[in-house]
Design a protein around this ligand. Structure first.
Ligand code: NAP
Length: 272
């Protein structure tokens, strides 16, 4: 459910999984305007919908309509997965699980890692909570609008990880200190595929054991990840995050494990 929602890749991954599991369900885009949210929820309850994903602009505004908001969604301040219970709608946030999935495979002492996050929008919120779940004690957030950065910093309740705010002009000093650099801005996303949030000369400042993580999944790889790989830096694109957040949602709706590999293959085929 979103507005706009027509471009979403989620039907590709979920319907591939549903077909693989031979289940009689379908995952469809539900275009809903902000003003119609309450009415849409009433209608979906009435027709017995199992559950749905939420995207812009409803991720935050849906919270007051939920009977229960899981702790991780409370912390992020947004839900992306909703399911129906006898008592009402329950919401959680699986973006956090999706973001940390590839990082959890690393053997690193995350308590000693101070990530640098580029951007302070919706996705950055899930990244901050993900870094906390990994065990990071503090992190840096780099933004272009001081007021938005400050609002971002003040919007947290019960966050244990300490956030330090920076303008982009300070990025060059931060890079030598971090093992994890995450791009949460849309810089470099299709069709602007030549753009990069960090130029090659700056990427040279990263320690050799650093990971460059781009939440963007089209193109695959982005210019940012191409430049990082040229420096010998380990890279991670946003595809696994997209698949894992979807698989986690499907598991909640169906109450059975999701076929992650099938979902990933369906997405790769679609994108190629
Ligand atoms: P958003 O809420 O609009 O936030 C975007 C952030 O990037 C904002 O902080 C914005 O700054 C900043 N930004 C945008 N253009 C910039 C520029 N030219 N220079 C510097 N900063 C810039 O968007 P979002 O929902 O967080 O999504 C961000 C990206 O993450 C998108 O590319 C999206 O596809 C990707 N994403 C991927 C996944 C996944 O599963 N892999 C999940 C979620 C999002 P201001 O605040 O100053 O405007």
């Amino acid at each position: 459910m979103g507005d706009p929602v027509e471009h979403s890749l989620s039907p590709v991954i979920h319907n591939a999984a549903i077909a693989h599991l031979a289940l009689d369900y379908v995952y469809i885009p539900l275009p809903v305007k902000s003003a119609d949210l309450a009415q849409a929820l009433e209608g979906l309850r009435a027709i017995g919908l199992v559950g749905f994903s939420v995207t812009i602009p409803h991720k935050q505004t849906i919270l007051p309509f939920l009977t229960e908001v899981k702790e991780v969604a409370q912390l992020v301040g947004a839900a992306n997965t909703i399911w129906r219970t006898e008592k009402g709608w329950v919401g959680t946030n699986t973006d956090v699980e999706g973001f940390i999935a590839p990082l959890k495979k690393q053997t690193r002492n995350w308590e000693t890692v101070t990530p640098v996050i580029l951007g302070n929008g919706g996705a950055a919120r899930a990244v901050v909570v993900g870094c906390q779940q990994l065990g990071c004690k503090e992190l840096h957030v780099v933004g272009r609008d001081l007021q938005k950065l400050q609002n971002f910093n003040q919007s947290w309740h019960n966050l244990k990880t300490k956030i330090h705010l920076h303008p982009w002009s300070e990025l060059s000093q931060l890079l030598p200190t971090t093992e994890l650099l995450v791009n949460t801005t849309p810089i470099g996303m299709y069709p602007h595929t030549e753009a990069t949030p960090v130029e090659a000369d700056l990427l040279k400042k990263l320690p050799s054991n650093a990971i460059a993580y781009d939440l963007i999944y089209t193109p695959k790889p982005t210019q940012f990840l191409k430049l990082a790989a040229k420096q010998g830096i380990q890279t991670q694109d946003g595809l696994e995050m997209l698949v894992i957040q979807g698989a986690a949602a499907l598991q909640l709706w169906l109450n059975q494990p999701a076929p992650v590999e099938v979902m990933s293959q369906a997405l790769l085929e679609y994108l190629s």
